[in-house]
Design a protein around this ligand. Structure first.
Ligand code: ATP
Length: 198
């Protein structure tokens, strides 16, 4: 009998901190694309972001752990945190395709990332290795990037306007972040006084 190839998605981000938008998009992608597993991939440094993450890698990792521990299909791949310099997706995928041979590999992105996709290092190589799972983000229209060979899988999700910037700003101003992040992440931010939270 032919065995179905495993469908494994990687979800890269700063996760500074992980928020409800991230969790909803991973859930919608897993359900609609019948994924066998979703790995959250915290970046050491996003090559296309000006500022470095505010929270340390270990705090970002701990918040991710506490946010996903009840989700059966979700795990974390820490490979990018162990590398120096910007976190290039191609470098991660060249490693991961050896770890997961005979699998369909995907990378999850929000629609705000679409216009910048053509600037990703080695994108012309990357498109032949993975499919991109696209999740709509409010305020960002679909802006087809016209990259030859690109496979895009569009997820039908409930739009969620939350951003990590909003969470950090609110926490810093002493405003509630309830509902924007899972309760355990809310407590973690306060207990560890992240983002200057009281
Ligand atoms: P920041 O506000 O610090 O820039 P962020 O909220 O965009 O952070 P990231 O960790 O940078 O969070 O995002 C990881 C991925 O999740 C990106 O592909 C981004 O497009 C996507 N994403 C984040 N929030 C949402 C959201 N609310 N809806 C859809 N996609 C999202």
């Amino acid at each position: 009998m032919l065995r179905e190839k495993r469908r494994i998605a990687f979800f890269g981000g700063s996760f500074d901190p992980v928020h409800s938008g991230h969790l909803q998009m991973a859930q919608a992608a897993a359900e609609q694309l019948r994924l066998h597993r979703v790995y959250f991939v915290p970046a050491a440094q996003n090559p296309l972001k000006d500022a470095a993450p505010q929270a340390t890698p270990s705090h970002r990792l701990e918040m991710l752990r506490t946010a996903i521990h009840t989700e059966r299909l979700f795990s974390i791949w820490e490979g990018e945190l162990g590398r120096d310099g910007p976190s290039y997706t191609l470098q991660s995928i060249e490693h991961l395709e050896r770890v997961y041979p005979n699998s369909h590999l995907f990378w999850i992105i929000g629609s705000d990332q679409l216009p910048g996709l053509k600037y990703w290092r080695g994108i012309e190589k990357l498109v032949h290795k993975i499919g991109f799972i696209l999740v709509m983000r409010p305020g960002y229209q679909l802006d087809w990037p016209g990259i030859p060979g690109l496979s895009l899988f569009l997820v039908n999700n409930r739009l969620n306007p939350v951003s990590a910037t909003e969470v950090r700003t609110r926490a810093g101003a002493g405003l509630p972040i309830e509902g924007l992040v899972p309760p355990a992440v809310d407590s973690y931010i306060r207990e560890n006084r992240l983002y200057n939270a009281d």
